[in-house]
Design a binder for this molecule. Structure first.
Ligand SMILES: [Zn+2]
Length: 387
């Protein structure tokens, strides 16, 4: 096979990462929700099962472009994406949800020091400031674009441009919210963070969960696509013992809370590669089918896509922009334009329109069940079941 490369796995160092050539024909999308061209590469490590990109010169050049033009939440003017309940339509900022669950877990005391690595515009630190008022907060980011915004958050004592090693002192909690999937060699990266933790300190990692949300596979700047077992393996190789490893703190995401350990890494007994490879192929087939069905639906006007995030922007690219509108329930997005198309609320969508619910099937069905009675003049379509 021409593209069966023997690049080493960047998670475990094993020599062979098995490619899925069908990935190359799919359009992609950036993690800040901008459509991106097809032509990517995706493979699975034969040893650790890690789903990953080939981080060659071509990929690095693409990533550089993505980060140069990066805009956090451009669809809402910078406001963090809400984690919506499919059943009720109620939105809670994702960071609020994470910190609430952390408080409920009993793992955080009344006081302590927390370092958020890759803090962006301070979404997690803002939630900590509100929900953990006794804590001293610090953040790092690779540039100073949001420095003033982050430094203005009550409780933030440090906003360091650079990496965790550039921040002095040790912390009770180190958090990585949507960072690890961007990092080459994540196990080594986690290992390097142990020096920043006090004895008994915790590491928290939040990453997308491609198993529940196959659209994550299309994100060009994610170097790794995590499942729970692969995230656990990376943590163990980095010298941690995962306590919490949850799929229900935030829908479509994995949350891990781990502590440094001195015990030997646990060897994975089962050969997980065949199962992960087959399962991944199923997800790529599903994405191909979603793109096909979207193209068919979009032939008839008026056609709109529900949402303005990853899946919606990927399909917008697959359709070469032939969309009449986006429909969104997030009030920070409604009334704006997204790539020249209006973002409408349910009541603003013209009667008779077709609306594609670009979400994982189960979530799409819940949204349809909720919206259909109040929008009887619209036709909603959901992606096929992922079997
Ligand atoms: Zn591997």
């Amino acid at each position: 096979m021409a593209d069966s490369v023997s690049i080493p796995c960047h998670l475990c160092g094993h020599a062979h990462v098995e490619p899925l050539p069908e990935y190359a024909v799919l359009r992609r999308v950036t993690s800040d929700c901008k459509p991106w061209a097809a032509g990517g590469w995706l493979g699975v490590c034969r040893a650790c099962g890690g789903v990953q990109k080939r981080m060659d010169a071509g990929w690095r050049a693409e990533i550089e472009r993505v980060y140069r033009e990066y805009t956090i939440y451009h669809q809402s003017g910078g406001t963090e994406q809400a984690a919506f309940s499919a059943a009720t339509g109620q939105g809670v900022a994702r960071s609020e949800r994470i910190v609430e669950r952390l408080v409920q877990s009993g793992l955080v005391g009344a006081r302590g020091r927390l370092l958020d690595v890759g803090c962006g515009n301070g979404a997690l630190l803002r939630a900590c400031s509100r929900l953990l008022p006794g804590w001293s907060l610090a953040g790092t980011e690779i540039n100073d674009k949001y420095r003033a915004e982050v430094e203005a958050i009550p409780g933030v004592s440090v906003m360091q441009v650079g990496g965790a090693a550039d921040v002095t002192g040790e912390f009770d909690f180190v958090t990585l919210i949507h960072v690890l999937e961007h990092v080459p060699e994540p196990a080594q990266f986690l290992a390097s963070l142990r020096a920043k933790l006090v004895c008994g300190g915790h590491l928290m990692v939040e990453v997308p969960h491609y198993v529940d949300n196959p659209f994550d596979l299309l994100i060009v700047d994610h170097s790794t696509h995590f499942s729970a077992e692969v995230l656990r393996g990376v943590a163990v190789r980095g010298g941690y013992l995962p306590g919490v490893l949850a799929t229900d703190w935030v829908a479509k995401e994995l949350t891990m809370v781990a502590q440094p350990t001195t015990t030997e890494p646990i060897a994975l007994g089962e050969d997980i590669f065949p199962r992960i490879f087959a399962d991944l192929r199923k997800r790529l087939d599903w994405l191909t089918e979603v793109a096909k069905q979207t193209r068919e639906l979009a032939r008839r006007r008026r056609f709109g896509i529900f949402g303005t995030s990853i899946a919606a922007m990927w399909l917008f690219g697959e359709l070469d922009g032939r969309v009449d509108f986006f429909m969104d329930e997030d009030p920070t997005r409604v009334g704006r334009e997204c790539f020249g198309k209006p973002v409408l609320s349910a009541s603003q969508v013209p009667a008779g329109s077709r609306v594609w619910l670009a979400l994982p099937s189960r979530i799409a069905q819940q949204v349809k069940a909720r919206l259909a009675p109040e929008c009887s003049n619209l036709e909603f379509f959901v992606p096929p079941e992922l079997v």
